[in-house]
Ligand binder design. Structure first.
Ligand code: PLP
Length: 356
């Protein structure tokens, strides 16, 4: 037993809520698994590791996160293989990224060991909550927020790190209609775009709502200065299949979130012999490719949907339709390769799978 593991106190729920769940009809975000992991940061260190029944937290009305937004999170999933073993996909990447986000917001890092032990213990206790039906999984939400009672503006000295989980159905991603956003921005150079910070989501809600009201399920975010260079699509990274190349915005400007799905798709595309370019991608270039007919595919990448194909792109009231979903060989192939890896159906050649 590791040091952290031996320090986790466990209080189990008296009666599991699992019998209340219809696994063939899960309502996303409404049903949570039985337990959660909680750790507290105080006096410069993490302690008080607990697993307890999922339930309400007590916070001060002056809780710093509620006022000044020191809050970061992660999103990941657990899957079952045919032997009913629980598999996580690249969890160390989530642990690393949470700390990158935390550092930018002046929050303490959470040691990888605590992240991984808390996660493993929690998933073990709630293993029955990991669905084994095709496409379903257990969504995992690790997050950290400033819990100190504090009105002064400075980095808080007390934080909570929590992990809870929720079963999710397969995500039937109908291709989405997207609009290139040229008024609002998600991120700016020098800002917090590369952090999975709660505030980034809050700031995106209003432009996203305007887009939805106009009939676009997602926005394509562009750089905040010229609105000419593409960054992401909604809360996913974005990729363009043009001619024989897969092209995606690079991460050099720190305005784009470094997606784990993005990174994995790049690896698999290269594996398939596809040339991948990570570089600045201009709206002009994409529109030109669409007009010339060389734009074969556009898709978002992220943990929620894995691959979300785009049906049409609208730029300044001009709409470009993309090829039929069946004809998008590359993204269909990569989506099924990723699905197979996550469910332990193929050899785990890159060591992406962590068995609980
Ligand atoms: C989480 C997130 C992504 C996708 O990251 P994954 O690790 O692939 O899930 C992309 N963009 C934004 C803004 C995100 O918050």
């Amino acid at each position: 037993m590791t040091e952290v593991m031996s320090k986790i106190s466990i209080e189990k729920i008296s009666q599991s809520k699992i019998t209340e769940v219809d696994f063939s009809n899960i309502v996303f975000g409404k049903q949570f698994s039985d337990h959660m992991f909680v750790a507290d940061y105080k006096d410069g260190k993490w302690s008080d590791f607990k697993i307890l029944p999922f339930g309400k937290l007590e916070v001060s009305p002056a809780c710093a996160a509620l006022h000044y937004g020191q809050a970061v999170f992660e999103g990941m999933k657990a899957y079952k293989n045919d032997n009913n073993e629980v598999l996580l996909f690249r969890p160390f990447e989530n642990a690393k990224r949470l700390n990158i986000s935390a550092s930018r917001l002046c929050m303490p890092e959470i040691p990888e060991e605590i992240f991984m032990e808390g996660l493993s213990q929690l998933i073990k206790i709630d293993a029955d909550w990991v669905p084994n039906t095709k496409g379903s999984s257990l969504y995992i939400r690790p997050y950290m927020f400033a819990s100190e009672q504090l009105l002064g503006v400075r980095p808080a000295t007390e934080y909570k790190f929590i992990i809870f989980t929720a079963p999710v159905n397969s995500y039937y991603a109908e291709p989405v209609n997207v609009k290139v956003e040229t008024t609002y921005s998600r991120a700016t150079e020098g800002g917090v775009g590369y952090a999975k910070a709660a505030g980034n989501y809050a700031a995106a809600l209003y432009p996203a709502k305007l887009g939805q009201d106009a009939g676009y399920q997602q926005l394509i975010w562009t750089d905040s200065v010229s609105h000419e260079y593409i960054e992401e699509s909604g809360t996913m990274n974005i990729m363009f299949h043009i001619g024989d190349k897969l092209i995606t915005p690079n991460l050099d400007f720190k305005t784009t979130l470094a997606g784990i799905t993005r990174k994995s798709v790049i690896t698999l595309a290269k594996d398939l012999g596809v040339e991948v370019e990570e570089r600045k991608v201009s709206v002009t270039e994409i529109i030109k490719a669409a007009k010339e007919g060389s734009l074969k595919d556009v898709f978002g990448t992220g943990t929620a949907a894995t691959i979300a194909q785009v049906a049409s792109i609208t730029f300044n009231d001009e709409r470009f339709e993309l090829p039929k979903v069946e004809d998008r060989e590359l993204s269909n192939k990569i989506a099924s390769m990723l699905d197979d890896v996550k469910h332990g159906k193929v050899e785990d050649k890159y060591n992406w799978i962590y068995k609980i």
